[in-house]
Design a protein around this ligand. Structure first.
Ligand code: FAD
Length: 456
């Protein structure tokens, strides 16, 4: 059965008892879903909005080893993340893209993550070098993957727009990148079309009650207003920054919120091609308009460029563990798995890069089974969607990637609204007339504006 929303609703109507309910279709929920269904469990995943509409489409999209954790001496976390990169490279196919990052070392401008002493001019290049040696060592990297020293002159050959004044030297090191929302959708499609499980967006878990050995769940369809009831033996809440639903709200894990912002520039004005640049950081971005001004100001500080035009921006909020009550080990790992009830756990915190580990750890806490992430299927299809409207991609995404509203297609199955200069305005007009969306009371322009797009 294909991963269309109508198929998923039909399945829900025929099956009202599950081994496992997953609340939340971000990267953590989607990975847990794929791994659990691959192990033969009958799984239902629901998200109250679209899949990946939370932090999992608003990240920096790096599958990184976490070089910034080295100054905090979190070697085991860095080693684990670097090892994860290798596993994901095999499993994700084209959703894993190696990325070269340039780290320019400027006089009087140390990297903010380094302790003050290591930011001093005479010691900064040396301490960064030591960090990179550790990074390569912990990652067990081959010669071709190891970091490289780049002289001042070579830096300008490679990145001609970087500012020359005060540059000391630079390094290039390797990390990796993905497309977070396409990764989430590929995990879900694999779970649904290969493992025959069920995943439905715009289904809000409103209440959970316990009857004998089962949990009774009330879900509400945000698109039609219809309510459904299902029962499940176990529950995993992978609900990101959100509290648990209904009466369980008071048992939710205590979280801190942390934000971050991104800009999509017009063309390649910085001439960095497909590489990244790891800029020294001095102050913190705050509110939305200020975040954008800050990012532009900060890029101009290190690149010789007068005007920086941007197409779109997005910001995201991640959940960090409120560490007062929790054990040190789990805080170091960046995520926590909390028992809410004997058969009900909540996952909080963590990184995109660690999704496989987090999911397996959570499942092992509830089931006595062997779990592993299978190879992700079909990823080339979603990767190859055009970044302009076309009917064939739209219809394919409705049938195979559970598109339920126009913006699901514009923001999370393609990057049309993020990367096209009109933010998808023309596309919205065409898509709204598609028969699938005509009965949905959903103003796409308003939604895109709420996302921070410049649609007028
Ligand atoms: C600015 C920023 C940059 C980042 N960059 C990186 C990076 O480069 N690399 C990296 O490894 N990590 C990065 N991260 C971290 C990463 O994005 C997050 O750790 C990850 O996306 C969290 O995924 P999640 O599934 O836990 O949460 P989310 O993606 O937020 O998913 C939770 C879902 O639960 C749903 N939900 C909540 N309550 C209910 C309910 N009652 N019923 C149904 N559904 C519900 C929500 O709608 C939501 O879709 C970044 C985070 C931010 C904020």
């Amino acid at each position: 059965m294909t991963f269309s929303r109508s198929n998923q609703i039909d399945k829900l109507k025929k099956n009202d008892e599950y081994d496992l309910l997953i609340i939340g279709g971000g990267i953590v929920g989607a990975a847990t879903h794929t791994i659990a269904s691959n192990a033969g469990l009958n799984v239902l995943l629901v998200d109250k909005n679209d899949f990946a509409s939370g932090a999992s489409s608003r990240s920096t999209k790096l599958l990184h080893g976490g070089i910034r954790y080295l100054p905090q001496l979190q070697f085991s976390l860095v080693k684990e993340s670097l090892n994860e990169q290798k596993i994901l490279k095999k499993r994700l196919g084209s959703l894993y893209r190696p990325l070269k990052l340039l780290a320019p070392i400027y006089k009087n401008d140390g990297f903010a993550d380094l302790p003050k002493i290591f930011q001093k001019n005479f010691i900064a290049p040396f301490s960064f070098k030591i960090g990179l040696l550790f990074y390569d060592f912990l990652g067990g990297r081959k010669k071709s993957e190891k970091h490289k020293n780049i002289s001042k002159n070579n830096t300008f050959d490679l990145f001609p727009k970087l500012k020359k004044i005060n540059l000391n030297k630079s390094f290039i090191f390797q990390d990796a990148q993905t497309d977070d929302s396409k990764l989430v959708l590929s995990l879900l499609r694999t779970a649904v079309e290969i493992n025959n499980s069920t995943a439905i967006n715009y289904l809000n878990v409103k209440n959970i009650s316990k009857k004998n050995k089962l949990y009774e769940i009330d879900v509400f369809c945000e698109l039609t207003g219809i309510e459904y009831s299902v029962s499940t033996r176990k529950i995993i809440a992978a609900s990101g920054v959100h509290n648990l639903p209904g009466d369980y709200k008071k048992l939710s894990t205590k979280l801190k919120m942390s934000g971050g912002a991104h800009l999509v520039l017009k063309g390649d004005p910085l001439e960095i091609k497909n590489n990244g640049v790891f800029l020294p950081k001095k102050d913190n971005p705050q509110a939305s308009k200020e975040e954008i001004d800050y990012l532009i100001r900060h890029v101009k500080k290190y690149f010789d460029i007068e005007n920086l035009e941007y197409i779109s921006s997005w910001s995201g909020i991640r959940a960090l563990i409120d560490d007062k009550d929790n054990s040190t080990k789990k805080i170091m790992r960046g995520h926590i798995i909390e028992e809410i009830d004997k058969n009900f756990i909540q996952i909080a915190g963590g990184k995109l890069t660690g999704f496989r580990i987090i999911a397996i750890e959570a499942l092992r806490q509830l089931f006595n089974k062997k779990f592993e992430l299978q190879d992700i299927e079909f990823q080339d299809q979603i990767i190859n969607y055009q970044n302009y409207y076309n009917l064939s991609d739209l219809e394919h995404s409705i049938k195979h990637y559970c598109v339920a509203t126009p913006v699901d297609y514009l923001l999370r199955r393609t990057n049309i609204s993020w990367f096209s200069e009109d933010n998808g305005k023309i596309a919205v007009k065409e898509i709204k007339n598609h028969t699938n969306f005509q009965n949905i009371n959903f103003d796409s322009f308003d939604y895109l504006k709420k996302e921070g797009l410049k649609i007028i």
